[in-house]
Write a protein that binds this ligand. Structure first.
Ligand code: ATP
Ligand code: MG
Ligand code: ZN
Length: 331
């Protein structure tokens, strides 16, 4: 193919059209519009997919705020939809640890035992969440992630896990004597080495499966969201480099909160000029990505009706001569 054959449409239609896509991560700096984008993306996916699950892994949990509906750690239909569900998971390791880790009467805190090994408790917790999510069989899952650092840690867990696991296995051998001594004194309440080992092996297997899937561009993609300002563009570039190192596919970049002055206004004109510089940089940097540009609206994008309207901007190119008015916007 020659260069001219490539056409990167400035929408997320490539994601809607990809039948094999199973995991979509939405990420970026704090406050740029990750939650708004992931809700909007999920709404558009729900139009073409059998079932969509939107998961927040951000401890601040803003899906509930965005939709104006309380979600929990189990999937729940979003009001007004028949095939779009949402859930909010607690990313703290203790919250999703396998039963045996903290629910045994042995007085032994296995959580504490393994917490000496960096990443392993988080990995096991993530494995549990992924096990649950996989068993639910949604057509596609959208992750609204926490600001960048945490997400990258989550995605690099599979490789962390491999290292930690080796350590744990050797540690376990050292401990097995202690365990059997405990068992003979305290009886059957202590989880046997077999139980612990099979729990660990189980988590490891899930993590390995997930790892293979996350590195497969047919199944997984990451959608960075940014705003046209120095820090955000800089961090997006770093994020994309990190993702490339982790073998995680990126096809799209969302640029949010672009100012389109409606009148001759000093503030808007100045911001437009500032943004233009970074928009040009983004166009240069991401020449072979689908770059979707979204306007800064007068009101917050909250509630199902506003999100539905906003989500259309992901599949059409925004026309500033026909500004989008949200239902909650005061005239
Ligand atoms: N294009 C836009 N126009 C107007 N308001 C917007 C736009 N995008 C997002 N907002 C509003 O800005 C606020 C922050 O957006 P959002 O919650 O999506 O960001 P976030 O990246 O998820 O933030 P956090 O890092 O805190 O999770 C919200 O109140 C949202 O309604
Ligand atoms: Mg958010
Ligand atoms: Zn203005």
């Amino acid at each position: 193919m020659s260069e001219g054959d490539f056409d990167y449409e400035p929408t997320i239609k490539n994601l809607l059209e990809k039948d094999t896509l199973k995991w979509i991560f939405v990420g970026g700096k704090g406050g740029v519009g990750k939650t708004t984008t992931s809700c909007s993306l999920a709404i558009q996916l729900a139009k073409v997919k059998k079932s969509v699950l939107l998961i927040s892994t951000d401890p601040a949990h803003n899906l509930s705020d965005a939709f104006g509906q309380k979600f929990s750690k189990h999937p729940q239909l979003v009001n007004g939809f028949t095939n779009l569900s949402a859930m909010e998971i607690d990313p703290k390791p203790e919250a999703n640890a396998p039963e045996v880790m903290n629910n045994n009467n042995s007085g032994l805190n296995l959580q504490e035992l393994v917490s000496g090994i960096p990443g392993i408790d988080e990995a096991m917790s993530f494995a549990e969440v992924m096990k649950l999510v996989k068993s639910l069989e949604f057509s596609v899952v959208v992750f609204d992630t926490a600001p960048t650092g945490h997400t990258l840690r989550l995605l690099s867990i599979p490789s962390l896990m491999d290292k930690s696991f080796g350590k744990l296995m050797s540690m376990q051998q050292n401990f097995s004597g202690v365990f059997s001594a405990f068992s003979s004194v305290m009886g059957p309440d202590i989880p046997s080495m077999d139980t612990i080992e099979s729990t660990l092996n189980n988590s490891k297997k899930t993590i390995e499966e997930v790892n293979v899937q996350f590195k497969n561009p047919d199944l997984t993609t990451f959608v960075p969201v940014c705003i046209p300002e120095f820090l955000s563009v800089y961090e997006t570039e770093r994020l994309i480099q990190e993702l490339t190192k982790l073998d995680i596919d990126v096809q799209n970049v969302i640029v949010n909160q672009i100012v389109y002055p409606e009148q001759d206004c000093g503030l808007c004109n100045a911001r437009k000029k500032m943004q233009k510089k970074y928009l040009d940089q983004i166009d240069d940097l991401y020449i072979d990505f689908h770059i979707t540009k979204l306007p800064l609206l007068k009101a917050e994008v909250r509630g199902v009706d506003s999100l539905k309207l906003f989500s259309q901007l992901l599949v059409t190119q925004y026309d500033p001569t026909h500004p989008l008015t949200l239902p909650n916007e005061s005239k």
